[in-house]
Design a protein around this ligand. Structure first.
Ligand code: SF4
Length: 222
């Protein structure tokens, strides 16, 4: 079964041709300064994270806290492994952060940018809807090291799932934009998935656009 990163859906939201070049033709990205900065900031976020880290020995405590309908749980960054299967493909990923606020699961994605657009880009929407879909219909594991503890499937299924994006300055970490939480909508996301699978199967072959500024694949796109 083919494995696709859930983050690939961000590429699809950015440009279908970009998704095609990366995940059908297999073109690799150069490690640009922006990508390196973003990866470093994510590592720093994990170090600065003050949420309680659960070890294997207290996973049952975590499960009990997630089951508690009135409880609030802030999971440490990048500790939830998420996956779902759709039409012969397994989509896998890790959300930056997941919070359980009573009957709501909130997926928060941090993006490190040089300039904020002040809106929820389509690329963010697609990626975050992928994490939400995995929480609702897929498999969730807690991992704070090389081990994974798979969590009971019903833990997140009974919750309403929402997502939000926080854009931070890639140099200073200052928050430039924080969206309002949005509801995950299954029917909208299934349309995105079908489009992605149509491209992966070769049923759709997106054409280059006329003008693209700042795309890292511009040199090989046409
Ligand atoms: S150059 Fe334009 S059409 Fe080609 S992948 Fe980049 S954004 Fe898409």
């Amino acid at each position: 079964m083919r494995r696709i990163p859930i983050s690939a859906l961000a590429s699809l939201g950015y440009c279908e041709r970009y998704f095609y070049l990366r995940y059908v033709l297999g073109l690799r990205l150069r490690a640009t300064r922006a990508l390196i900065k973003g990866a470093n900031q994510h590592r720093l976020s994990m170090r600065l994270d003050t949420a309680k880290r659960y070890g294997r020995e207290n996973i049952q405590e975590l499960v009990a806290r997630l089951r508690d309908a009135s409880g609030v749980v802030v999971l440490p960054r990048e500790t939830l492994r998420l996956s779902f299967v759709h039409d012969g493909c397994t989509f896998v990923g890790r959300a930056d952060r997941v919070l359980k606020l009573k009957n709501i699961a909130l997926v928060v994605e941090e993006k490190f940018v040089s300039r904020s657009s002040g809106r929820v880009r389509r690329s963010y929407e697609y990626q975050l809807a992928g994490y939400c879909h995995a929480l609702k219909f897929g498999r969730t594991g807690y991992s704070a090291g090389s081990w994974v503890s798979w969590l009971p499937r019903e833990l997140f299924r009974r919750l309403e799932v929402r997502y939000m994006v926080v854009e931070r300055c890639a140099s200073t970490r200052r928050v430039l934009f924080a969206s309002r939480p949005r509801k995950y909508r299954r029917e909208d996301f299934l349309r995105v998935l079908d489009r992605a699978l149509g491209i992966l199967r070769g049923e759709v072959r997106p054409s280059p656009r006329d003008s693209c500024r700042g795309c890292s694949l511009a040199g090989v796109c046409a």
